[in-house]
Design a binder for this molecule. Structure first.
Ligand SMILES: C[S@@+](CC[C@H](N)C(=O)[O-])C[C@H]1O[C@@H](n2cnc3c(N)ncnc32)[C@H](O)[C@@H]1O
Length: 224
């Protein structure tokens, strides 16, 4: 990178808002988790669980957020799809990468309309809103009209649905598209991991851990 370019991720506006959002999450997430205790995010309870977590961020940590940014930069991604917007923390990292790549579009999808609206306000506060197409509804429906080519997919919605969302978008991947998946140590991931870790299905996939935060198990997969 030329010395004269300041990566968008490092600007005061982005960094200060991310710090505010993480501070807010540190207060709200434990309260939401307490009220949702006993409800499992599996099977018919998936919408019930996420409704009870509508005040919770459940956001990627800093380390994984930076990795998402770096993956989008190294693959020169122009079209990114995100499953699970919540309040837009990961959306900020990904949109910042598009901005620094010189443009593109991030399609992000969220069940909860109020969360999506707040995410839109958060992206507007960073100046990154123009790179994002916010969609509300079940990802299995709201992503059916995705662009013909997808350079990067970030999976962070209901864990049991990763496999369905992956297969929905798979025909649109190119050689070198990257699929980043969060919380791969949660319940409901078995069929997804078995599929993406089998090279016969067209991916080279690595399980990774990031340090110092909740939900630190992830999978990084490249379409070959
Ligand atoms: C773990 S949070 C996403 C966190 C966000 N990626 C971040 O790092 O800030 C998961 C979000 O996915 C949403 N979600 C779960 N299943 C969904 C589905 N089938 N379609 C759309 N959104 C879904 C939930 O409402 C919740 O807000």
């Amino acid at each position: 990178m030329s010395k004269s370019i300041i990566p968008w991720i490092a600007t005061d506006r982005v960094t200060s808002l991310l710090k505010e959002l993480y501070a807010d999450a540190a207060i709200k997430d434990p309260l939401a988790r307490a009220s949702a205790s006993g409800i499992k995010p599996t099977g018919d309870d998936i919408p019930v669980f996420f409704k009870s977590m509508r005040k919770a961020y459940m956001a990627v940590g800093w380390e994984f957020g930076k990795l998402l940014y770096s993956l989008a930069r190294t693959t020169h991604a122009k079209t990114i799809v995100e499953f699970g917007t919540s309040f837009g923390v990961s959306t900020i990292f990904l949109a910042a990468a598009l901005r620094d790549n010189g443009g593109g579009k991030l399609i992000t999808t969220e069940y909860d309309a109020e969360k999506s609206e707040q995410a839109r306000r958060n992206l507007a506060a960073t100046g990154l809103e123009e790179w994002v197409d916010f969609r509300v509804g079940d990802a299995r429906e709201s992503l059916t009209d995705s662009p013909d080519q997808i350079d990067m997919l970030f999976l962070d919605g209901a864990k049991e649905l990763y496999i369905e969302v992956l297969k929905l978008l798979e025909p649109r991947f190119r050689s070198g598209s990257v699929i980043a998946s969060d919380n791969t140590d949660h319940d409901g991931m078995e069929s997804f991991l078995a599929y993406i870790q089998n090279p016969a299905n067209g991916y080279i996939s690595s399980a990774i851990l990031t340090s110092g935060e909740r939900g630190k198990a992830h999978e990084i997969s490249i379409r070959h």
